[in-house]
Design a protein around this ligand. Structure first.
Ligand SMILES: Nc1ncnc2c1ncn2[C@@H]1O[C@H](COP(=O)(O)OP(=O)(O)OP(=O)(O)O)[C@@H](O)[C@H]1O
Ligand SMILES: [Mg+2]
Length: 258
C-alpha cells in the first residue's frame, strides 16, 4: 500500500509546542496562495477544526468514524476560512482509537486516494503523544514534520519522535520520511534559544530544519482565540504571514519532489 506523496503529519509528543498553530498557519498560507489544503484534525481536543470554524456536532461524520471504516470523503467539510481549505473534524469518538490497529487511517487514505490527490497537501494535526493516533498518522503519510521549541525541555523529546518515526517506517510505512523540523516560538534575541538551535542542528542535521522559523508573536495566539486565519490580520501580522508563506512554499516543494 503506497502512501500519498502530498500527505504530511505535523507532530511532537510534547504538548503546546505549536503543532496546531503551524498546521493552521500553513492552511492560511495555502488559501492565500489559492492552493487547496485538507486539514485532518487527529487530536481529541479538536482545536484545529474549531479554529477553522467547524463547530462540534455529534451527528457529523468525523475522523473517528473514518478510523472505523467510513469513507474519508464522507467526513470532509468546508472551513469557514476559505473555499481552498477543507477539514476533517476530530469528533467525539477519537479517544476510542488511542489503542488498536495502526493502519486504519492509511487504509482510509488509500481508498480515498483520488479525492486526496485533488489537494496540494493533506496535513494531519496530531495529538501531543506518540500513541496510536499519531502512529496511525505516521503510517498514512509520506512526510513527517516535527514542531520544536528551542528550549532545553523542547529538545528533550526529539529523540523519542525520531524513534517513533523509525518504528512506523520499519513496521508499516517504508515511504515515511522525517521531512522537516519547524522551529516555533523563537524569541527575537536569546542566547539560550540560539544554543538550543545549534544543538538541534547537531541532532537532526542543518538541512532538516526548515527556514524560516516561526517567531513568538501575540497575534498568533490571538488568531486561534478569534478563530481567524493569520493572513486575515494583514499588516498587523506581516512577520508571521511572511514566515508561513515561505514554510508553505517549502512544504509544497517537499511534497512535489516526493
Ligand atoms: N509562535 C507563537 N507565538 C505566540 N503564541 C504561540 C505561538 N505558537 C503557539 N502559540 C500559542 O501557544 C499555545 C499552544 O499552541 P498550539 O495549540 O499550536 O500547540 P500544540 O502543540 O498544537 O498543542 P497541543 O499539544 O495541546 O495540541 C496556543 O495558545 C498558541 O496560540
Ligand atoms: Mg494541537
Amino acid at each position: 500500500m503506497r502512501t500519498l506523496a502530498n500527505a504530511v503529519a505535523i507532530l511532537n509528543q510534547k504538548g503546546g509546542v505549536g503543532k496546531t498553530t503551524v498546521t493552521l498557519g500553513l492552511a492560511s498560507a495555502a488559501a492565500a496562495a489559492g492552493h487547496r489544503i485538507l486539514v485532518i484534525d487527529l487530536d481529541p481536543q479538536g482545536s484545529a477544526g474549531w479554529v477553522l470554524g467547524v463547530d462540534p456536532d455529534p451527528s457529523a461524520v468525523s475522523v473517528g468514524d473514518v478510523l472505523d471504516g467510513r469513507p474519508l470523503s464522507d467526513a470532509i467539510v468546508g472551513s469557514a476560512w476559505s473555499q481552498h481549505v477543507d477539514v476533517v473534524p476530530a469528533g467525539d469518538r477519537l479517544q476510542d482509537f488511542e489503542a488498536g490497529d495502526a493502519t486504519r487511517l492509511a487504509a482510509a487514505f488509500f481508498q480515498a486516494g483520488d479525492v486526496l490527490a485533488g489537494y496540494d497537501a493533506v496535513v494531519i494535526d496530531c495529538p501531543p503523544s506518540l500513541g496510536n493516533l499519531t502512529t496511525n498518522a505516521l503510517a498514512a503519510v509520506r512526510h513527517a514534520v516535527v514542531v520544536v521549541e528551542p528550549s532545553a525541555l523542547g529538545l528533550r523529546g526529539i529523540g523519542g519522535v525520531a524513534d517513533a518515526i523509525d518504528v512506523v517506517w520499519d513496521s508499516h510505512n517504508p515511504d515515511l520520511e522525517l521531512s522537516g523540523v519547524v522551529l516555533n516560538r523563537v524569541p527575537g534575541v536569546s542566547a539560550e534559544a540560539e544554543r538550543r538551535i545549534d544543538e538541534l542542528r547537531r541532532i537532526v542535521g542543518r538541512q532538516a530544519i526548515w527556514k524560516p522559523s516561526v517567531p513568538a508573536r501575540v497575534v498568533l495566539n490571538q488568531a486561534v482565540g478569534e478563530r481567524r486565519s493569520i493572513h486575515s490580520y494583514a499588516s498587523r501580522a506581516s512577520g508571521p504571514i511572511d514566515t508561513f508563506d515561505k514554510l508553505w512554499g517549502k512544504l509544497r516543494r517537499t511534497v512535489r519532489q516526493a
